[in-house]
Every structure is written in structure tokens, then in C-alpha cells.
Design a protein around this ligand. Sequence first.
Ligand code: DMJ
Length: 677
Amino acid sequence: MSTPLRVLLALAVIAWIAWPTRPAQSSAANANGSAVRGKQPPLPSSPASEITPAMQRELRDAAKEMFYHGFNSYMKYAYPADELMPLSCTGRVRGVTPNRGDMDDALGRFALTLVDSMDTLAVMGDYDEFMWAVAKVALDIRLDADVVVSVFETNIRMVGGLISAHVLALEIANRRLGRSPHTYNGRLLAMAYDLGTRLLPAFDTPTGIPYARVNLRFGMTKEALKDHSTCTACAGSMILEFGALSRLTGNPVFEEKAKNAMRALWSRRSADNLIGNVIHTHTGQWLREESGIGAGIDSYYEYLLKAYMLLGDAVYLDVFNTHYSAVMTHVKRGAWFIDTRMHQPYSANRNNLIVDALSAFWPGLQVLKGDVDAAKESHQMYFDVVKRFGFLPEGFTADHRAHWVHHPLRPEFIESTYYLYRATKDPLYLEIGRQVLEKIKSTARVNCGWAAIADVNTLRLEDRMDSFVLSETFKYLYLLFDSDRASGNRMEDDLTIDVENFVFTTEAHLLPLNLSTIAGRTTPFPEDDTIPRSSTHQQLSCPVFQVYDAHAAFTQFVLSGGLSPLWNICLPQEAPAVASEPTPPPWSGDASSINPSNPIHRNYLSLRGIDLQPSGDHFKVSFNPAQCVTTQLLMEGQALMQQIIGLSHAQQPAAQAAQAAHADSSTLFSVVVFVGD
Ligand code: DMJ
């Protein structure tokens, strides 16, 4: 039941974002670059069965301290450069630091590491630090440098980082209403929209498969146009971020483009439902026909399953399941997954007998699919290699010899360990996590951050700290040991971000599951692309519950946690009729029925530039047109504000009403309202 607003007073121009002063309790790095937030706790070295809850908390705190050592070092030595060079204690700047080729396509002169890692601050519960980072990004960062960037990397790291931080900032601002000085004006969503729009020219190809690169300022420049090849993962890992962008802003173009690209890849699968590694953006011909689960393909599979979970469109699940069967039949050889040829999967010869480290995400994906036993088996194979070297070399043979010997502190193995622990609660996975954490700590820590391993045999270091070390590796380590969160054993009043309500992107950014309740407006995959329908999965739009099969402990985990009240709007669409309470109609957005304590209402209003702040027993309603990322939202916001002003006229004494009448809903202003009768 909503509570009506009574408008009483009007008018006060307000500033929306305070200049970002870093919180006083800041965990800033000390003189030698190590973080001062908390002491480094001693690490337990006991057998798996003896990792007590207290030890888990120590490990969680150790992971947090490790994150801060990297984050503070980046802010101190590198910001606003895109990346930190931890051995030379300086920033990596595109066009200044010697070029590394394709690897540098992730660098867009947009403070990549800050944007990529800021949501980790929220996940770790440091809300003041997080809101400081949000304000800093909103004020400092430009997205229009004259540089050619990777469409894929910019999407997963920057667009994903901005959307995730936007959603978390809204949630934190809403949940802390009245208890903190934080306000948030939606600026990061506007930035994500801007950046997403800058990526759109890359999709202008005959196939719909995007070019690999685009110039942030000028679009498809000569340099960006020259390469007509792209990897499957590059083209097929846009849908989570672009789907979220469309559903949050109401502009369907992003989801449509990303879905088309996935359709274009799917429609070029082999007779055995396998796909290749590199494709021509204009002809749709496969340029490399190796078919595996690692580099070049990995997150295409990941995004099919997660797109279903996030967006609620069953076509993604059906496509995923079809590919999954093909992979388990043709790519799996014994316990390993070895590249095969998409058109000759039966041939005994395998071109490439190297397993790459990126493929270690697969056990985690198998957990999400509900194939937990298979996940345990494949995870064990990677762990055997980790035991040998301490890290996963970038490429290795099935008999555990390092082939490509470097290791840039990638997250995939620990990501899978995290999912397996959530699914099984087997302390083995805590112990594995402990070993990984200790190895990183004893090997890769340097004064100015965390250095990549140049050679897993000699443990020589490299002057490189990729942004995913902070956005993924330490985030997953932290979450693995954050048992209180995982068990759902939290206080009512706890402000902890509930990860059960989110899908993690391939860069470990958090996208809210309730997006599946906002209808998408994309065209379906073409009918001639016969997609085997898994009929039991058809009738629901609340997808997360369907993915897990009955035997998975994870099912219990998900179901017992459920969706928190904040996102409790994920409902069966065509579930069998049962006698139930009549469902209240969705809120129409009518001003007279605004309920300020309803987060759905606040989110709706925020997107339309309207914010509610408590002020004693009043609520102050503020309008900021710059917060609206589309004209449609702006117009709706203006109309709502006119309604609120109308309410004010009806309720106020004449003099105050006259004052309110001067309020112009196209400018920044606020009104004070009473709630209730
Ligand atoms: C990350 O940027 C993403 O996880 C991506 O999908 C693969 N590579 C890195 C981490 O290894």
C-alpha cells in the first residue's frame, strides 16, 4: 500500500554531488605503498577441516587488505592513468608508455583501474570509500579520448563497471536514507549510456558482428576500420552490459545490437553445434575454426547462460544448453577440455593441445548450470596444475607442463573455487582459496602494488597490474571467505550488498537480477535458426531458480536466500494457476501514490531525475534534469514534478502555493513534502 505525499514547501536549489573528499578513515597507502587499513592478519596454515569461522574472517580481511594495497597504490602512483605499473611505481599511459600491441586496447585514457575496481569497495562494505570513488569518477573521468579501444574490453570493464557502480550507489543511497550524507544522482548511468553509445558504431557491419575496435571520439576511423576479424568472445560478450543499459534507460538499441551479434554467431555454428574462435565481421566466415572453452570463446558461453539469468529470455538458455552438450561431447577429452575443430570434432588429432588459463572459469559456469559434479571434476584438474606451480601458467599441457609461463594474477581459477564453495560448502575450497591467497601474497606483493608473474618457474615478476586483479581476483577471494554473507546469516539492519541478487559479469561486475522483470524490446532470434526448446524452462521469467538442477546444493543456497525484499519482484509469468492473493497492479508512476519507503518507487523516480531525501518528518523531493539519460525519461520526470507541484497547490496555503508556482521543472530544484495524512 503506498503512502500519499503531501507537498508543503517549495524551492531550494541544491548541489547534487559534493566534491569528492576521500573519507577520513581512508585506507590510504603509507610511505612504502602498503595499505594501513587494518593490520595484516596472520594466515592460518591448518588443514582444510580446521578452517574455523574465525579463520575464515581473517582470510576475508586478508583479501580485503590485499585489495587495498593494490587500490591505494594505483590511486597514489598511477591515477588517472589507466593502469598501475607496480615495479616502476608509475602509471601506464596510452601513447606514452611503450606500446604492448593489442593488450593496450583496454586503455582508453579513462582511469580504467578506478572504474573497474570501484564496485569492489561496495562489495567489501566500505560505502564511504565507494561513494567517494563514485563521486570522483562522476567528476573527473572523460570518455571521449581520441584513442582506438577494444569494444569488448571497454564494454566489460568500463560500461560494466559504471553500471554496476550505478546500481550499487542507488541501492546504498536508498538503503541508507536518513543515515548518511550520501546522495547519488545517477550520473554513472549517464556515463555508461554515453560510453555505450560511443561503442555502437562498431556494430555497423553487414553481419551485425561488431568490429573489434572503435575510436572513442571519432567512431569508426581508418585505424578502427582496418581489422575485419574479431574473436567470438569479443562479439558475444556484450549482452549483459548492453541489456542492462537498455533496460535501465529505456533505449532498446543496446540490447538489440548485442543480441543480434549473438544471433549472428549462433547462426554460424557447425552441424555439431560448435563455434570457432575468430570470425570475419563482414562475411561471417570463420577465420579460425578451433573450438574450445578458453581464450577467444570463453565468455560467449558465459554470457549465454547469464543473459538468461539476467534478462529472463529463455532463448539464451536453450542456445547455451545446445552448446554445452556439444562442448561436453566434443571438446572434453578425458577430464580436460582441449580445442577441437568446429567442423571435424570427431578427428582424433587435436591441433592445439595447450590448455589456457582463461578456461579455468568453466567449472564456475558448470556450477551455475547445475552440473556440480562435472564442475568438481574439471576444477580438480586445474588445481593439480596450481599445486605444481602455485599459479596457473597462461598455457599448459595436459601433463602439467607450463607452455606459456606467465601469469597476470588472473581470477578464473579462484572464481570457480568461489562458485564451488557456494554450491558445496566443502571446506576443501576454502583451503584451496587459502593456498592461492598465500601464494599471491608471498610472491607478487611489491611496494607499489601487485606485480604479474612473468615466469611461474622462476617467479620472476613483470611490471604489470591488470585492472581485473582488483575487480575480480581480490573480489572473489574476499567473497569466498565471507561466509556470513554466503550463509545469509545477517542482521536485518545490515547494509551488506546481497550478492544473491546479482549476476556477476565476466569482469565480476554486479548486475541486478530484477532486470528480468523490465520487459526487453528486442526482436527474437530468427525462426529458421532452429533452437531446441527445453520446454520446462519456458514458462517462467524468474530465471535464476530454473538454472539449478535439483541435486545441486547451490539450489538450496539460492532458494533459501531468495531474492531480498529490495528485488522481490521476480515473479512467475505463466506459472500454473494457484489460488493466491490478488497481485497489486504495478505502480503507475502517479505522483499522488509515491511511497518514499518503496525502493522500486525511488529507483523509478531517480531514473527520471527525481530524488527523495528525508528531512525530519518530511521528504524533500528534488529534481535534476541532468540525471535523465534519455529525453523520454526527462519528459516523464518533468511531468511528475508538475504533478507534485500541483499537489502542492492543492495542499499549501495560498502564499506558499504562489511560491511553488514559480518552480520550473526544467531546472534543478527541490520541494519538501510530508508523508502520510
Ligand atoms: C577479464 O578481463 C575477464 O574475465 C575476461 O572475460 C577474461 N579475461 C580477464 C581476466 O583474466
